[in-house]
Design a binder for this molecule. Structure first.
Ligand SMILES: [Zn+2]
Length: 553
C-alpha cells in the first residue's frame, strides 16, 4: 500500500556541492525542505544561477503543501523564487531566514503572491500528514535550524547545515536538549550534513578566530581591509567589536555586504556599536590607522567590491601601500585561481594579505566527525542518511558512522539526487529514481532550461559574437587590432556597420580598464562581455552568445 509509506527524495545537494533541496511525500501530500541554488562553474559564460531541475515538482504538482526552510544561505533558499513560480504554497522558516528570502521575492515580483510564515525555534506547524518543528542549530549564519518532521511512520530529522558551537558569538547554542528529547521518543531517520565528514575532531567555535584577528589589529599600522562572506554574521559581529575596541571606524563596501548587515541588524542578529559606521567618502578622509573596510567579494569574483578595490576600480577607495588585507573565509572549490589573482593584485599595490593558511581567521560552519557523533548520539536514529556533500563526503560520513556502533551499518544509507527512499516503521529501501538535474539561468531570470538547449536556442535565435583581443601580459597594452567575429547574429549585409561599433565598444572597454584589469584575463573578459551584452541588447534587442577571447602574446 503506497499510502502507508513515506518517501524521501533528494532533488539536489546529495552527491554534489550546493543546490540543496529535499522532498518528502506521504499519503498524496508532499513538502519541500530547502530549495537552494548551486554555483556556476567558471566555464559557463553568462550563467548566473544554477538551480535544481523541477521535473519532479511538475510530476507531483498538486501534492505540495509547504516549503520548509532550515536557514538563509543561498544554497538553501536561492531557488525558492523559481520554485514558487511552479507551486504557490506557504513558505516556513525563522524570521531572519525569511528576511533574507524577502529580497528575492521582491526582485522576482513574488512578494504579494507568496504566503510566508515566520516560526520560532521549537515552534510546530501541522499539515495534513506532517508535524514540522524547527530546532535551533549552530552554523556560520544565525537563526539556523534543523527540522524534525513527525510523519505517520515515524520522526525524520533533517539537520540542515550545522555544527556544535557551545560558545556562539550571536544567538543561542545548538538545542541538543530538544534533539535528545526526540531521540528519547524514537527517531526513524536522521538526514545529516556531511560537508566536513572527513575532518576528525570537533569544528571550532566561531570565537576561535578572535585571537588571530586581535593579533592583526595589534600589528596593523595602516588600514585593515577584511573580506568575508556577507552572510557570516558571527564573523561580522567579531570584526565590528574589534573595530570598536581598537578605535577604528568601519566602512562597508559592496551591495551584498550593506544589505546583509542591514537585514541582520533589523532582525537583531547583530549588535552594532554606536557610531561605528562611516560611508566610503568619509573613509577616504579618515586616518589610515583608524579605519577598517569590511568588503564583499572574498571569493575573487571579478565584479565584486573587493576586486574593484584591488584593481583601482572602486569609485572611492583602493588597496594601497601599508594596507593589511584579511581574507577571512574558505576558498570555495573552483574559486582558487580568482582568489589567487585577487591576492596578487593586493600584493602588487604594496599591501600584505593574510588568509587562512597564515592565521586562524576562518572556522567552518559545518560539523566535523565528533560533531556528527554528538548529533547521532542525541537522536539515536534507526536509519542514518548522509546528505549535503559530494559522493566522497557521503561515503566517508557512512564509514565514520559505522565505527560508532549506534546505527546498524546496513541502516546507514547513501543515496543520491533523484533516488526515492521509501520508509515505513521498520524498513527503508531505495525503490525508484526520479528525474533530477540542473537548470541554468542567466541574469534576466527568463530562461529556465537545460544548458545545452539554452545554448542551441541562443545560437539559433541570436547567434554568437566572438570579440578577440590580443593583450600583452606585462604591459597590458593592446597588441593588434581588435577582431569581432559574428555568426548567425545579423544578416551579412548589415554586419559591417555593427561590427565597427562592437570593435569600438571593446576598445573603449579595454582602454578604460586599469592595467591590472587588463592583465587579469578573467576580469577583462567579463568586462568586455558585459559591455557588449548591454550595447547589443540596447541596439538590437537581441541576446547573442558572447564569448570574449583574449590572446596572450
Ligand atoms: Zn549553510
Amino acid at each position: 500500500m503506497p499510502e502507508s509509506k513515506l518517501e524521501i527524495i533528494p532533488l539536489g545537494g546529495v552527491g554534489l556541492f550546493g543546490m540543496n533541496m529535499m522532498a518528502m511525500r506521504y499519503g498524496g501530500e508532499a513538502i519541500i525542505i530547502d530549495a537552494g541554488m548551486g554555483f556556476p562553474e567558471a566555464d559557463l559564460p553568462g550563467i548566473d544561477i544554477v538551480i535544481p531541475d523541477f521535473s519532479f515538482i511538475d510530476s507531483y504538482r498538486d501534492e505540495f503543501s509547504a516549503i520548509v526552510l532550515t536557514h538563509g544561505h543561498e544554497d538553501h533558499i536561492g531557488a525558492v523564487p523559481f520554485l514558487l513560480k511552479e507551486i504557490n504554497v506557504p513558505v516556513y522558516g525563522t524570521h531572519f531566514t525569511l528576511a533574507l528570502l524577502d529580497r528575492k521575492l521582491e526582485e522576482h515580483g513574488l512578494r504579494d503572491s507568496t504566503t510566508v510564515h515566520a516560526v520560532e525555534p521549537r515552534e510546530q506547524v501541522k499539515t495534513e500528514n506532517f508535524l514540522i518543528e524547527w530546532i535551533h542549530v549552530s552554523h556560520s549564519l544565525t537563526n539556523c535550524t534543523a527540522v524534525a518532521v513527525t510523519t505517520p511512520v515515524g520522526v525524520v530529522i533533517h539537520s540542515g547545515d550545522f555544527k556544535i558551537d557551545e560558545t556562539p558569538v550571536v544567538g543561542p547554542s545548538i538545542d541538543l536538549e530538544r534533539l535528545t528529547e526526540y531521540g528519547d521518543q524514537g527517531v526513524l531517520a536522521l538526514l545529516a550534513d556531511s560537508t566536513n565528514a572527513e575532518r576528525p575532531g570537533r569544528t571550532q567555535s566561531e570565537r576561535a578566530v578572535i585571537p588571530a584577528l586581535e593579533k592583526i589589529f595589534d600589528e596593523a599600522t595602516g588600514r585593515i581591509v577584511i573580506s568575508c562572506f556577507t552572510s557570516s554574521v558571527h564573523r561580522i559581529q567579531i570584526v565590528l567589536d574589534l573595530a570598536r575596541d581598537y578605535g577604528r571606524k568601519v566602512s562597508l563596501l559592496g551591495r551584498s555586504m550593506l544589505r546583509n548587515v542591514e537585514t541582520a541588524d533589523s532582525y537583531r542578529q547583530l549588535d552594532i556599536p554606536d557610531g561605528i559606521f562611516i560611508n566610503p567618502n568619509e573613509a577616504r578622509q579618515m586616518d589610515e590607522d583608524r579605519l577598517l573596510l569590511l568588503v564583499a567579494g572574498c571569493q575573487g569574483d571579478p565584479m565584486s567590491a573587493m576586486t574593484k578595490l584591488a584593481t583601482d576600480q572602486h569609485k572611492n577607495l583602493s588597496v594601497g601601500e601599508g594596507d593589511l588585507v584579511v581574507l577571512s573565509a574558505r576558498q570555495i572549490p573552483g574559486n582558487e585561481p580568482a582568489i589567487s589573482r585577487l591576492m596578487s593584485h593586493c600584493y602588487k599595490r604594496g599591501a600584505r594579505v593574510i588568509d587562512n593558511s597564515l592565521a586562524r581567521i576562518h572556522v567552518s560552519g559545518h560539523g566535523s566527525q565528533e560533531d556528527l557523533k554528538i548529533l547521532i548520539e542525541a537522536t539515536r536514529p534507526k536509519f542514518l542518511v548522509p546528505i549535503h556533500g559530494d559522493h566522497r563526503q557521503l561515503y566517508r560520513h557512512k564509514e565514520w558512522a559505522e565505527t560508532l556502533g549506534i546505527v546498524e551499518p546496513r541502516n546507514i544509507i547513501v543515496f543520491e539526487n533523484g533516488d526515492v527512499l521509501e520508509l515505513d516503521e521498520s524498513h527503508a529501501e531505495l525503490i525508484a529514481t526520479e528525474q533530477v538535474g540542473r537548470t541554468f539561468i542567466d541574469g534576466s531570470y527568463g530562461e529556465v532550461e537545460d544548458l545545452v538547449v539554452r545554448d542551441r536556442k541562443h545560437l539559433s535565435y541570436d547567434g554568437v559574437v566572438l570579440p578577440i583581443v590580443v593583450i600583452n601580459p606585462t604591459s597590458g597594452e593592446l597588441e593588434s587590432e581588435i577582431e569581432v567575429v559574428t555568426r548567425g547574429f545579423i544578416p551579412e549585409e548589415d554586419a559591417g556597420e555593427i561590427v565597427v561599433e562592437l570593435k569600438r565598444i571593446v576598445e573603449e572597454t579595454v582602454i578604460g580598464a586599469s592595467h591590472e584589469e587588463r592583465i587579469d584575463y578573467a576580469v577583462i573578459k567579463e568586462k568586455i562581455r558585459l559591455a557588449l551584452k548591454r550595447f547589443i541588447q540596447k541596439q538590437t534587442g537581441r541576446r547573442p552568445m558572447i564569448i570574449p577571447v583574449v590572446v596572450e602574446v
